[in-house]
Design a protein around this ligand. Structure first.
Ligand SMILES: NC(=O)C1=CN([C@@H]2O[C@H](COP(=O)(O)OP(=O)(O)OC[C@H]3O[C@@H](n4cnc5c(N)ncnc54)[C@H](OP(=O)(O)O)[C@@H]3O)[C@@H](O)[C@H]2O)C=CC1
Ligand SMILES: CC(C)(CO)C(=O)C(=O)O
Length: 323
């Protein structure tokens, strides 16, 4: 199997390193020549939580510059789009230079909106939305910590030309991919209802991420005072009201599950807190910004999401930060 991975950040390095070690032909696409140089010189190191680490040397995987897309040799069986939300457009604009017809793109971004962007630029590509609870944290340009083992759910293909979701054939390419990912150490399931998982994760990210970023606390600290719990609940309730106004299904257990995510990741910094601390742009527009859009479309208010989005967008931003 051949996989093109776009973006050598935390998740891109984690998947590239472990899949290459499992015998998949990996071609990693980066936008900066310095990233390509260091990957060729130093390879990829993946550090597991149990102290083990994996080192994949170049040319055990290939590295290419994004500006050279489309690849001279055929595209992979799969393309994993591993940029942040705010890198998606630049990446797919670049990919649109090549024929998009045979592309099978797996997108793992938090938030929503990215599949529309991919479909707009690559209407003939098959887009597979995925939701992962794997945790990856970069501790150097080419070193990634596998901060938490999770589960990846892979949805059915969407296409921009028809907008339809194609059903799975269990003997098909999706199953081969899920099996290969599982063999490489990423437990992966095919999902017939990926939308539900996407909205569930959107909700968790919309509540946990901005509050941890504003209060500068790890996830578990959100549960440590009545004031924080109250704010968590208000933001959750507003989100559920928006889901209901839009006819988006939800489940009563999600509140307890959200609290459990905070407990399970108690000592972790959310991705938004990490972005804010590093002066990078956050994914707020793809998360809370999307709740504001949904509310607007349904003709209801989203005062908390609006306030929180503005607070996060007002955080100091260092020009040139990633994304
Ligand atoms: N990390 C995690 O544990 C998880 C992450 N996710 C989601 O996955 C996505 C990726 O997250 P993560 O890996 O942490 O993010 P990172 O910021 O670590 O990595 C993003 C990478 O994308 C690269 N990039 C941006 N634009 C382009 C482009 N046009 N062409 C090629 N590369 C590009 C960046 O390159 P450069 O170095 O040049 O800036 C950077 O290396 C996010 O949406 C996140 O929410 C979901 C679940 C878990
Ligand atoms: C679930 C959560 C909040 C875990 O930290 C996450 O997905 C993130 O940090 O983006």
């Amino acid at each position: 199997m051949r996989i093109d991975i776009i973006g050598a950040g935390a998740l891109g390095l984690l998947y590239a390193g472990k899949l290459a070690a499992a015998g998949v032909k990996i071609r990693l696409w980066v936008r900066r020549p310095e990233s390509a140089d260091i990957l060729r010189r130093k390879g990829i190191t993946v550090k597991e939580q149990n102290g083990e680490s994996l080192h994949m040397k170049y040319p055990g995987f290939d590295v290419q510059l994004m500006k050279n897309w489309p690849p001279a040799v055929q595209t992979g069986d799969w393309v994993f789009l591993m940029t942040k939300q705010n890198g998606v457009r630049e990446a797919v604009e670049c990919m649109a230079k090549g024929a998009g017809k045979n592309l099978h793109i797996v997108s793992m971004q938090n938030g929503i909106g990215h599949t529309d962007t991919i479909a707009k630029y690559l209407p003939y590509a098959s887009i597979y939305p995925a939701v992962t609870t794997e945790g990856a944290r970069r501790s150097g340009e080419v070193v990634v910590e596998h901060a938490g083992k999770g589960v990846t759910e892979l949805g059915g293909a969407l296409r921009g030309d028809s907008g339809s979701v194609q059903p799975f054939s269990t003997a098909g390419r999706e199953k081969l991919l899920a099996d290969k990912l599982t063999e490489a150490g990423f437990e992966t399931r095919l999902s017939e209802n990926i939308e539900k998982s996407i909205y569930r994760k959107l909700l968790f990210n919309a509540v946990i991420n901005p509050l941890t970023a504003i209060w500068r606390v790890p996830n578990g600290e959100l549960l440590s005072s009545p004031e924080r719990m109250d704010m968590l609940r208000q933001l959750y309730d507003e989100s559920i009201r928006i889901f209901e106004s839009c006819g988006i299904g939800w489940q009563a257990e999600w509140w307890e599950e959200l609290l459990q995510v905070c407990r399970n990741t108690a000592f972790n910094c959310s991705s938004m807190l990490a972005d804010v601390m590093a002066g990078r742009r956050t994914e707020i527009e793809a998360i809370n910004g999307q709740f504001i859009r949904l509310a607007r479309e349904a003709g209801v208010d989203a005062p908390l999401h609006k306030a929180i989005r503005d607070i996060i967008n007002g955080m100091p931003y260092i020009q040139g930060g990633n994304g």
